[in-house]
Design a protein around this ligand. Structure first.
Ligand code: FUB
Ligand code: ZN
Length: 678
């Protein structure tokens, strides 16, 4: 356990008696999420963005899905009408529509929107009508229209491409989220019919021995199990018998059958995490989205079945991913070939980094925080939320990225639509879920995981605890939490102290801030009186007291501009630094710095000053400082000049046309090949 700071003065000692920061009596335990409906976000950073995503992005994506290549929604109508050809889009289009519904449902849960709900109800009616065409409740429009005799990739089908179990998983997620948002069971009825049919068909022999070609359904079936365990009254309303144990059994089969011979399916190899049994896999391999979603599923299942082999596998995969294969922005999946993880520490700055990868990693992080109660996983989630994933949608909300490199000599560009538009739905799923990620709870306490202005009503120990959080995070590290409980109550309040302000944790960390403060970077007050941060428990400062209505906790996280270096084994970043402030990773764009971005060096000791600009990029804190531009002026002549330069948050890159962009900057001229000055 890491000592954070010791700061005992006389005054502080007095208040320690009533607000003791405790060491844990037991190891970290599993956390329970606080549902979206219990949290209202009111935040200067997130609220305007969430409004754009709800009012612009969701309709934009649905409009584009409706029109794309004959219409993703029309696929359901074609099946309903008995057509036998003409599927629009790839086989995973059904899944992307379901993912859109899940994402939109979470936004609806936070902010009701009658027009959006009506639109989704219309889609659900078309989905249900397509399913009604099949006596078994099978529903996968690509297979039904193009290869009706090749369900599950059998009879010579292509189970690497068909995505049927992926589609089933996305449907189950959407159904549960739509019920939670609206109380409507329409999509749930479709989902259970298809889930039951899948359980009838797939599993250990004599059923078809098959695993999904793309993970998602492992966690989805685990959650469907939990959902019906907690809502047994809904089973009566379902059109088929619900035995939720079957969903859990099949989810576990899908994890445990990987890396083993299956009579009905050839191995997918490492591409689809099928090269070794999951519990033996030491490193995270293959297609990054599949791998992170599988690991998220293994984590979720560990929370349900309590099994150590699941838990250990999840932690092992995360350690490898986070410690050796994740970019400073949170991006994963370095190589375009197979959209895959590269080898340990191979993190080229012009890497692939699909938006879906950052989102999937965020889900994995979040599940591990719930499983272990450890804040380090929220540090990783936060990295995704403010950087790698957030970059995926333009500030206007209607154009998108598929890849998110950290260096683009000719600039990143955003597309209006893509042949594989998988990223916007994944983005909406993560950002839709945000209200439910801010807080968590266990039997004895409440956890403040994210610093987001919000009000929460948390059912805790027989009462409703009301919390109000106010903050200008991520631009400012002041966080105020007011307890607005109806009655006094004794409980722990756990505040995450982010890794970025704790100082280096180990020399092997993938990223370290060279000027990161070791001590005194976080300060606490309760009702105006300083409280010593003696030690952190699993990354949290734990405050135990009998809380009264009106109690105020103030957390101040110092936010110096930090020069971050990568582990020396990351060859791509040797001699380079990245700038961070708080959770935010910065980049240098041509829009501010001219085409000279690749010629800039930031010598050691260069100071950067934060300045908030309300009229830039929707309101951002920029970093201003001096850099040295190094240019070739003749065959062997190199000139250097000092420049005022501006760094902007990475997430906002590629919003001002296409221009060069770079995150990792050299510290000395030896690390670059100077270009000719234009
Ligand atoms: O296979 C479905 C989606 O398409 C994946 O998640 C993305 O990586 C893209 O390949
Ligand atoms: Zn994607």
């Amino acid at each position: 356990m890491k000592l954070f700071s010791v700061n005992l003065t006389l005054g502080i000692l007095c208040c320690l008696s009533s607000s003791l920061i405790q060491a844990p009596a037991q190891s970290a335990n599993q956390l329970t999420p606080v549902p979206i409906q219990a949290v209202t976000i009111d935040d200067s950073f997130w609220s305007p963005k969430r409004k754009i995503w709800q009012e612009v992005t969701i309709p934009d994506c649905f409009d584009k899905f409706e029109k794309d290549r004959g219409g993703a929604l029309n696929n359901f109508d074609r099946v309903r009408d008995g057509e036998t050809d003409g599927h629009a889009g790839p086989p995973w289009y059904d899944g992307l529509i379901y993912e859109m519904i899940r994402g939109a449902a979470d936004f609806l849960a936070a902010q009701p929107d009658a027009a959006l709900e009506k639109r989704i109800d219309g889609y659900i009616a078309r989905i249900a009508a397509a399913q009604d065409k099949d006596p078994d409740g099978y529903l996968n429009t690509w297979t039904e229209l193009q290869h009706p005799d090749q369900r599950w990739g059998l009879n010579g089908g292509n189970d690497g491409y068909q995505h049927e179990m992926y589609n089933v998983g996305a449907l189950c997620e959407a159904a549960v989220h739509y019920y939670q948002a609206t109380g409507k069971t329409s999509l749930l009825k479709v989902a259970v019919k298809l889930a039951n049919y899948t359980c009838d068909q797939v599993g250990p022999a004599p059923k078809f021995e098959l695993i999904p070609n793309h993970a998602i359904v492992e966690e989805a079936f685990g959650n469907l199990y939990l959902f019906f365990r907690e809502h047994s009254e809904l089973k009566r309303a379902m059109p088929v018998t619900v035995d939720e144990q079957r969903y859990l059994d099949l989810a576990q089969y899908w994890v445990e059958a990987r890396g083993h011979e299956r009579k009905d399916q050839k191995s997918f190899g490492a591409y689809n995490q099928d090269h070794q049994p999951v519990f033996e896999q030491q490193t995270i391999e293959g297609h990054a989205v599949r791998a992170a979603l599988l690991a998220a599923g293994v984590t979720a299942l560990a929370g349900i079945n309590g099994r150590d082999d699941y838990r250990a596998a999840a932690i092992r995969l995360w350690e490898n991913m986070n410690g050796k294969k994740t970019y400073v922005t949170g991006g994963i999946g370095a190589t375009a070939e197979g959209e895959a993880f590269g080898n340990n520490y191979v993190l080229p700055n012009d890497g692939y980094l699909e938006t879906c990868g950052a989102v999937a990693a965020g889900f994995f992080d979040r599940n591990l925080n719930l499983l272990t109660g450890d804040a380090r996983y929220v540090d990783a989630l936060e990295r995704e939320l403010y950087n790698g994933a957030l970059a995926g949608v333009s500030l206007a909300g209607n154009s998108y990225t598929y890849v998110n490199p950290l260096q683009a000599a000719n600039g990143n560009s955003r597309w209006a639509w893509n042949g594989c538009p998988c990223c916007p739905p994944m983005f909406l799923k993560l950002m839709g879920a945000l209200p439910g990620y801010i807080y968590a709870q266990d039997k004895t306490g409440i956890y403040v995981n994210l610093f987001v202005g919000s009000q929460a009503k948390i059912q805790f120990a027989g009462q409703t605890v009301r919390l109000k959080q106010t903050t200008d995070y991520p631009w400012n590290g002041d966080v105020k939490i007011t307890i607005e409980s109806a009655k006094a109550g004794e409980f722990d309040l756990h505040l995450r102290i982010p890794g970025w302000c704790q100082g280096p944790t180990s020399p092997d960390d993938l990223y370290q801030a060279s000027n990161r403060p070791l001590n005194g970077a976080a300060h606490l007050k309760i009702n105006g009186k300083p409280v010593a941060l003696v030690e952190l428990v699993h990354g949290y400062a734990t405050l135990h007291r009998r809380w009264q209505s009106g109690d105020v906790v103030q957390l101040t996280l110092d936010m110096p501009v930090q020069r971050v270096t990568a582990n020396a084994q990351v060859a791509a970043d040797n001699g380079r630094i990245a700038l961070m402030r708080g959770p935010m990773v910065y980049c240098f764009e041509g829009a501010d710095n001219g085409a000279a971005v690749q010629n800039l060096i930031l010598p050691p000791g260069t100071e950067f000053t934060p300045e908030y600009r309300s009229n830039l990029l929707g309101g951002v804190t920029i970093l201003r400082g001096m850099a040295t531009g190094v240019f070739r002026t003749g065959k062997d002549q190199v000139n250097s000049e000092s420049f005022n330069v501006t760094a902007t948050p990475y997430y906002a890159n590629a919003n001002r046309g296409t221009c060069p962009m770079q995150v990792w900057m050299p510290e000395n001229p030896g690390s670059i090949k100077p270009q000719r000055q234009e």
